[in-house]
Design a protein around this ligand. Structure first.
Ligand SMILES: Cc1cc2nc3c(=O)[nH]c(=O)nc-3n(C[C@H](O)[C@H](O)[C@H](O)COP(=O)(O)OP(=O)(O)OC[C@H]3O[C@@H](n4cnc5c(N)ncnc54)[C@H](O)[C@@H]3O)c2cc1C
Length: 357
């Protein structure tokens, strides 16, 4: 079960039906946060912990000017840390913090577009549309429910990326974009009696936002009077990289059967994070019923997680023989998610997935 290759952008776009060349952008809004101050505070604390005060002063600089601000010489800061004998965990933390400091803000956008009233666009929750802006067509999962008035996308800035560089620099409310589609096999299946686990990394959560909105709007979480357990495992680096975090938390509060399990690999650098921190496929293992899996048969990288205690207090567990799985994100991650679901015994025909390339 390998994640399928996608056609070239233009080729793939032209093969799709044209919906409109004049979808109007109605909202462009940051979903992440500017956390520069928190990063500076974390750097200060990191250096202080290792006995280096005044970390941003240039020790070799002739004028004694601070390193803080636009002209930080990060190579020098990092060599200062090495000279001070930082342990390897702290050197890793430093390089994560430097990357976050340098990351442009915003890096995650919610983009809404309105299609003319007389233009039909029927899509199934989970499908994607191909959006062309400034001559560049790219596929984006539709994050809104088919019942919504407008289409919503959630777009991550890819450093050096052709379309996303344009979008983050100049897309504005009132601009017109071309929309083709819909397309994609990652669609919501008919309601079954089985539970559901959505596994996503980053913006891979977009198709699941559409599915979840639709499921709870139309009561598809209840089958024959029984409320299915619906899990969303969502991996990202920092908390503000979790698209739709408030909506998912709200859903978690409203529905006993909905379980939102975010896992953040780097949030601990910037604040108190008591939630999960491992990769999604490992965190999944923690919430699978222990007696349903033969831990000794699991790949080594997953084995220890089968008996680990989850960070969240959820009073139920996943039965791999009774769950439909959906996985989406960057292709390399999706390959690993699919391998993990297969390793715990979810049958292939109950796993649907899509990679973003
Ligand atoms: C079916 C499908 C659905 C998609 N849905 C979304 C979505 O909902 N939101 C979204 O932000 N993107 C989504 N993408 C990715 C999107 O189509 C573009 O590839 C992405 O926005 C980069 O475009 P670009 O022109 O800026 O980069 P390009 O100049 O085309 O290429 C940049 C490189 O970055 C890689 N890349 C693509 N996406 C990422 C990523 N998220 N992180 C790191 N590297 C990446 C590409 O493989 C490529 O090698 C989806 C892709 C597919 C195939």
């Amino acid at each position: 079960m390998d994640v399928p290759e996608h056609l070239g952008h233009r080729e793939a776009a032209e093969a799709l039906p044209l919906v409109t060349e004049s979808a109007v952008v109605t909202e462009v809004a940051a979903m992440d946060e500017n956390r520069t101050e928190a990063v500076e505070g974390a750097l200060e604390a990191l250096f202080a912990r290792n006995g280096v005060g005044d970390w941003y002063r240039d020790p070799a600089g002739e004028d004694g000017e601070g390193l803080q601000g636009a002209d930080v010489d990060w190579d020098r800061v990092e060599s200062r840390a090495r000279d001070a004998g930082f342990p390897s965990d702290d050197l890793d933390a430093l390089s994560d913090l430097v990357a976050r400091y340098e990351r442009p803000y915003p890096s995650l956008l919610r983009v809404r577009v309105r299609i003319e009233d007389d233009v039909p666009l029927d899509f199934a929750p989970g499908q994607y549309a191909t959006v062309t802006f400034d001559g560049h067509p790219r596929p984006y999962s539709i994050a809104s429910s088919p019942t919504a008035d407008e289409l919503e996308f959630c777009i991550r800035r890819v450093p050096g990326g052709t379309l996303t560089s344009d979008v983050f620099q100049s897309l504005e409310v009132g601009d017109e974009v071309t929309v083709r589609g819909p397309n994609g096999e990652l669609v919501l299946g008919d309601p079954s009696e089985r539970d559901v686990a959505f596994l996503a990394t980053g913006t891979g959560v977009a198709p699941f936002k559409s599915m979840l909105d639709y499921v709870y709007e139309t009561d598809r979480h209840v089958v024959d009077g029984h409320e299915r357990d619906v899990w969303l495992f969502l991996g990202a680096a920092y908390e503000d990289d979790l698209a739709y975090r408030e909506a998912f938390r709200e859903l978690d509060r409203e529905h006993d059967g909905f379980h939102f399990v975010p896992t953040l690999t780097r949030e601990r650098h910037l604040g108190e994070w008591t939630g999960e921190t491992a990769y999604v496929q490992r965190v999944l293992l923690e919430y699978v019923a222990e007696d349903a899996v033969d831990a000794s048969a699991l790949p080594t990288a997953l084995r220890e997680y089968a008996s680990a205690t989850p960070a969240l207090d959820v009073d139920t567990r996943i039965d791999p023989g009774n769950v439909d799985v959906y996985a989406c994100g960057v292709t390399a991650m999706v390959d690993q998610l699919v391998a993990a679901t297969r390793a715990i015994g979810v049958p292939d025909d109950r796993t649907r997935f899509e990679g973003f390339g």
